[in-house]
Design a protein around this ligand. Sequence first.
Ligand SMILES: [Zn+2]
Length: 492
Amino acid sequence: MILLLFIFTIDERYHTLDEVAYELDSIANHYSSIASLDTIGYSTCDSLPIFAMKISDNVDVNEDEPEVLYIALHHAEEILGVEICMYMIHDLVSNYNVDSTITHWVDNREIWFVPLLNPEGHSVVMEGIDTTWRKNKRDNNNNGIFDLDYDGVDPNRNYDFHWSAGGSSDPPSEYYRGPAPFSENENVVIRDLCRTHNFVFCNTYHSARTGLGEVVYYPWRGDGGYSPDYPFIREVGDSIARRIINDQGNGHYLLLVGWGLDGRARNWLYGVCGTFTYCIEVSTDCIQPGWMVNDICQRNLVGAYYLLERAGTGGITGCIYDSLTGEPLSAEVIINEHYDPNLPPRQSDSDFGRFLRILKAGVYNIEIHKNGYESKFYQNVEAEQDTLTELNVQLKRMGGTFIMENNDTAILINPNPVRGTVTIQLTNPLYFTSLKIYDTIGRLLKIYDTPTNEIVWQCTDKLNRKISNGIYWLVGETDEQILVIKKVVVFN
Ligand SMILES: [Zn+2]
């Protein structure tokens, strides 16, 4: 009698963790001037390595270049993303100094990959233990055994953005969000990588076992409507989706807005870090036959590469410095028309003082704030479609004095904080075309056109309602759009 043992095996076209490690190591050795490999952490239960590869010229130097991140395999069975990342890495290094566009990107971007984020979940799939496994292997019941029906956390519900509103609190669930936000090493490594890098864009690769495949999801739709950068995030997402031809060859990937109020990577990366992040649901199933893989990767490449192209066009960028020392500053950059005060501030990076905001062509009002420095306000800054507008900013340290000099002009106000009335004296009122009063989220409360020597503001808004206690900005505008700004703390 012959016993037939039928085991579902994964096609050899798919990389095991060892093969990923071997290939990345070979690439880092062979192309050592443009590729570097790092182990950024270890998986939660089995302590398997989590790799990051950086591709850029002068790869060992942190250069002032737009940074783009690609992540695959939050979910264990969604192995096509690993293949797309590996395919892209090979394509970039082998075409450097061969293809002029790729050479330009490698020279002028910092391109990061985390190609296999959930290695212990991946091993469950690749070893055929459960080819539909989604989570990592956290030992939820602490029995020292890996229980398919009870263990594991969904790493794509473990980020600390609306964490408790997403996924499931039930350990056996495929969507178990974990015992606490960032309880999982897989999430900690992404958090730490994103804290030390200001990624402009991120693609995170998934596949759908059930439901809709061949979709690009972008953040977000939530209780309060759409995300503040919605029109720009959407436009970039649309460009990605339109570039990726579907498996049938009769259309392209679909663009859908994603739900924003849970601890998914795309919500955390956008909500907390300001990184425009896209979830690409690759193909129509998680594990496709091996012969389809190269073709799927090739078709996805153009969508992924669009981010490298777009990081150099259509937006406003610049560096923020201390006006005295020239030291780069991490400061808050607010695009007034696209601002949500409930989200963490969008900061320039501390290494270069660099900010980069992706926008559509148009004019924008921009505020730059940093504690201890006088804010700067820029009106009608033009963003163009094909280039990045440069806006370099020098911030002046705030002194203990309430007099602010600007050429031969001074604004004098009575000492901070003030109660009930703010007296503003302009030694040369003709210098100013207007004096405006803003609150800290950029709402214009009051305008004094053709200001006089002395303006007495009763701490009221346009409708003469008393304003609430807090910080306000007095902004003197001139013909040359030079702005003189004064912070005032009001206790009404
Ligand atoms: Zn997924």
